[in-house]
Design a binder for this molecule. Structure first.
Ligand code: AMP
Ligand code: ZN
Ligand code: ZN
Length: 384
């Protein structure tokens, strides 16, 4: 069906049939803030809209023109406005809004059969925390929502930045009585991100990414967790998708999803429950929940193309609020039709001859990289 949204004026295609309530939920529009018209007649929440319906969603609450914005739920003065949602919230309802979006991500992941969730209350969850806003907001929210969830911090050895990050994660866990695993690359594997990149002659972001992904899975497997969660947000995932489309990286497009199932032994399911939330929403959540997080960016990130894409996409989003969400969620909704399943090759997974973790070759990419690094480094420390 064609749905016209106002302020700003735009049209989106939504698959039908569905009820008005389901449509508004899909669009993240609060029902009491709009009127819904089908063929120019008013319709109520339970009205079934046919697949070919022409729908208009018209805002009824004037937005802030005459004075300070008010909370969309309780009308108290708002602390955060999101143009994408055409809504604003007070501190309490902002926290609810963020948790509701995480709830929605977990209970209704895109493209999965109804009833299949990212994770359940029976699962043991491990959340990878960097000390930044997204992952700490996620740990806080999942804990508040009643999930069993421990944290994992990977020390990358990026000087004072890494030290401050570890301290913030440790303080967060201690204040709330939560369990945090800490893995220091230097102690465990004998290199840091900067020394490893220098020794391997690879980019710091490349060495860092491979080391983190490996450590996340390794700790989750070694300690018997069912699920690994990361704090990737809407801005991250939309920029990644844009990059994958611009370069037509079909195998990445086939694998980009907020839920990646474990496909064999020594693997855990990977989930991204923050994919519906912007960086702004997650930062604001930390502020209203009293979460201390590391505001500074990684000092090694310069020239990382992901950041350029984010900046470019921010310009588009400023001109058309909601574009990022429309791009990302729209992709997930039609991923199975847009991506040729042949792009995701059926690969045989075997055990790495060195560490036993899953790999497509004889020795996994992490062990090969580590071998390259420790051969070039003067001192070799740590276990395998
Ligand atoms: P980034 O790759 O820095 O954008 O981070 C994406 C997600 O990876 C974060 O939200 C965290 O969940 C996780 N992460 C990043 N760095 C670390 C780290 N040093 N230790 C643990 N988790 C991390
Ligand atoms: Zn409120
Ligand atoms: Zn290995």
């Amino acid at each position: 069906m064609r749905v016209r949204l106002r302020n700003p004026d735009r049209t989106v295609e939504v698959e039908g049939p569905c009820t008005v309530a389901e449509l508004l939920d899909h669009l993240d529009v609060l029902p009491h803030t709009v009127l819904v018209l089908n063929d120019r007649a008013l319709v109520t929440a339970d009205h079934l809209l046919p697949a070919d319906a022409e729908v208009e969603v018209r805002p009824v609450i004037s937005g802030g023109a005459e004075g300070a914005p008010r909370c969309a739920v309780c009308r108290a003065p708002a602390v955060l406005e999101e143009r994408r949602h055409r809504a604003a919230w007070c501190a309490d309802h902002l926290a609810d809004h963020v948790q509701n979006q995480i709830r929605k991500a977990i209970d209704h992941p895109p493209g999965l059969p109804a009833g299949e969730r990212m994770c359940s209350y029976a699962d043991r969850l491990l959340v990878a925390v960097s000390g930044g806003k997204d992952s700490l907001a996620l740990w806080d929210a999942l804990t508040e929502m009643g999930y069993r969830v421990d944290g994992l911090y990977v020390g990358l050895g990026i000087g004072g930045y890494s030290e401050r990050s570890r301290e913030v994660c440790a303080a967060f866990a201690a204040e709330r009585g939560l369990d945090l695993h800490v893995v220091e690359l230097a102690e465990e594997y004998g290199y840091t991100t900067p020394s490893g990149a220098g020794a391997a002659g690879r980019s710091t972001c490349g060495v860092c990414g491979l080391s983190k992904r490996y450590a996340f899975n390794r700790v989750a497997v070694d300690h018997g967790y069912d699920v690994l969660a990361t704090g990737h947000n809407l801005d991250d995932e939309a920029a990644t998708l844009l990059g994958n489309v611009l370069r037509w990286q079909e195998s990445f497009l086939a694998r980009q999803h907020p839920v990646l199932p474990a496909t064999g032994a020594n693997q855990v399911r990977k989930i991204k429950p923050m994919y519906r939330l912007s960086e702004r929403e997650s930062a604001a959540y930390c502020v209203v929940r009293g979460i201390d997080y590391v505001v500074e960016e990684c000092p090694l990130v310069d020239g990382n193309t992901g950041h350029e894409l984010k900046a470019a996409f921010d310009l588009l989003e400023a001109a058309s609020p909601g574009l990022k969400a429309q791009f990302l969620f729209g992709f997930y909704d039609r991923q199975d039709r847009l991506v040729d399943p042949r792009a995701e090759e059926e690969v045989e997974l075997a055990e790495c001859g060195s560490c036993g973790m899953p790999t497509t070759g004889a020795v996994c990419a992490f062990c090969r990289q580590r071998e390259l690094i420790v051969q070039a480094l003067p001192v070799r420390t740590g276990a395998s």
